[in-house]
Design a protein. Structure first.
Length: 539
């Protein structure tokens, strides 16, 4: 039996898919089976802790049924896209599993996204619904929802966690049991977001089969079992805390998921002690902040066994400090929403854990390291990382012209990362070829921000680049040439008015009067700009 993949998605070649099935990687289980199975095997155990609420596996499974039924009553159908933008709350987990149970497809927005991104996701995916919280960090998502709904004809429902006003309250989703449609695990399960290096954020179609494989295979590598307690401190919709092994891996293992609204020590530390957290995942700047706060407060978390750090390069010094200061094992995680995830192993020699970003999950992950002409570099040398395998996509959602650049003709994903392979197979991330700023794990595409800046009537040209920063790795710097005098405040107000995500707002704006330097082919010379910035100014 063959499945027609969601329109606009690139399938794996038939023979390759068969190979992954025969190898037992793709087992035909939809993602919601995680909770169904959990309820069958550990029904009375606590699955999720969120604030004062505790849901057992049986309760979570029943809630997922009720929410899925209510969503069907609203008219949400298999393969419908639903933009989900929720903070770390129990409803995030209920929403995702309910959508998977009815065969609909969540689009995984982040809390910092604003109108520019949410409207793009809704339009590009022709989403039928948007699920959000009422007010998060002072921002009213209901107002955003109304605006986006008015401009997106396909968007029929806005479901709100908290005070819904005239919109649909999430708490009212309590449908009577009904027969749910059978979900094909070969189908797309979710659309993840790409960090991006171009003008518009790209969406990443992950299937039930491929995503569940990456989660299931991550569980033993990260030492999760039924007695584990996993703290979600990073935004739960991101691929790292969701699936590497994240919330999904913890639920596969029959473990307990503890949700923290914020990653800040003040929010997370009380949960670490109260819930006896055994494993959590952080980006490097947060790991540094946790260590500093633990030292300052004289705290220790004896239950913590594994700290995962990933999303951006972890410096060797900080890695050593963490191992010494936290008194638990460190695991480096180098992954991408497009697929490939590498982990240092818990029994790796210390030096490997400190100096490498680990090795791929699967023996069927194919990794190539190549030069600018796609020729393999000699073993041990730095080159571009290409990846292909049982959970790495073959194309983005509905952007064939971009796929032609982002993938090789034989289906390898061009990660844009520059790496070196050690004799034991571990990868060391040495840098990046893609135009992307990695601000402490948050990814920003300069081209996207430049487009927003030049949309200002007084801006003639703009260049966005990352500036080295000891704490967050890189900060966002915008260099702007005005047609008329313009202020930083006016530019920031312009970006906010255009609804640009909060995490994409520049840390520094340099206003210059001269034209920007150009390369011989007429492109803005960012290398020259970067050295000027490093020397103290852009002009
Ligand atoms: C994770 O996923 P994305 O999609 O937000 O970002 C992927 C990119 C990678 O291509 C690489 O440039 C960078 O983030 N990155 C790292 C890294 N982990 C990710 N660079 C250096 N060292 C690392 N450890 O960031 C992500 C997805 C799943 C698991 C973990 C991280």
């Amino acid at each position: 039996m063959s499945t027609t993949l969601l329109e606009g998605c690139v399938p794996w070649p038939h023979d390759v898919a068969e190979r992954y099935r025969r190898a037992g990687h793709w087992r035909g289980d939809p993602l919601d089976s995680i909770v169904r199975e959990g309820a069958r095997r550990h029904g009375e155990r606590v699955a999720v802790v969120c604030g004062a609420r505790r849901a057992t596996y049986a309760e979570l499974d029943a809630r997922v049924d009720a929410v899925a039924s209510a969503m069907i009553e609203l008219g949400i159908r298999p393969l419908d896209r639903v933009v989900v933008q929720l903070p770390n709350v129990l409803e995030l987990i209920e929403t995702l599993f309910a959508l998977w149970r009815l065969g609909a497809i969540p689009v995984m927005a982040l809390s910092g996204h604003r109108r520019a991104e949410i409207a793009h996701f809704c339009e590009h995916t022709r989403a039928v619904a948007y699920v959000c919280a009422d007010v998060v960090a002072g921002f009213d998502h209901r107002a955003l929802a109304r605006e986006v709904k008015a401009g997106t004809p396909t968007l029929r429902h806005v479901i709100v966690v908290g005070d819904a006003q005239e919109l649909v309250p999430f708490a009212s989703l309590d449908g009577a049991p009904r027969t749910l449609p059978a979900v094909d695990a070969r189908q797309v399960a979710l659309l993840q977001l790409s960090g991006g290096s171009t003008g518009t954020p790209k969406l990443i179609p992950r299937t039930h089969d491929d995503y569940l494989y990456s989660v299931r295979a991550s569980v033993p590598i990260c030492g999760l079992d039924a007695r584990s307690v996993y703290l979600v401190a990073l935004p739960g919709a991101h691929n790292f805390p969701l699936s590497s092994p994240g919330v999904l891996g913890a639920l596969v293992a029959g473990a307990r998921v503890v949700m923290s609204r914020e990653a800040h020590p003040d929010a997370a530390f009380p949960l670490l002690s109260r819930e006896g957290v055994t494993i959590t995942a952080l980006v490097p700047p947060l790991a540094r902040a946790w260590l500093a706060a633990m030292r300052a407060r004289g705290l220790r978390f004896p239950s913590l066994e594994v700290l995962q750090v990933g999303g951006a390069k972890l410096g060797v010094e900080l890695a050593r400090d963490l191992i010494e200061g936290l008194g638990c094992r460190l695991q480096q995680v180098f992954g991408m929403a497009e697929g490939l995830v590498c982990y240092t192993r818990l029994d790796d020699p210390l030096e490997r854990v400190i100096t490498t970003q680990g090795r791929p999950i699967s023996e069927d992950d194919e990794v190539r390291i190549v030069d600018d002409e796609d020729r393999d570099v000699p073993e041990g040398e730095v080159g571009h990382l290409l990846a292909r395998g049982p959970y790495t996509i073959r194309g983005y959602y509905r952007v064939p012209e971009h796929d032609a650049i982002a993938f090789t003709r034989d289906g390898f994903y061009r990660t844009g990362d520059r790496v070196r392979r050690m004799p034991d197979g571990s990868l060391v991330v040495e840098g990046r070829a893609k135009e992307q700023i990695n601000r402490g794990g948050e990814k920003i595409a300069p081209a996207e921000l430049e487009q927003h800046l030049v949309a200002h009537p007084d801006v003639r040209e703009a260049a966005v680049l990352g500036m080295h920063d000891a704490i967050v790795g890189e900060r966002i710097c915008a260099i702007v040439v005005g047609d008329r005098p313009i202020t930083r405040a006016a530019l920031m107000a312009h970006l906010r008015a255009r609804g640009v995500a909060t995490f994409k707002l520049p840390d520094r704006v340099e206003l210059v009067s001269d034209a920007l330097p150009r390369t011989s082919v007429g492109k803005i010379d960012k290398a020259a700009l970067a050295s000027r910035l490093a020397a103290g100014g852009a002009s």
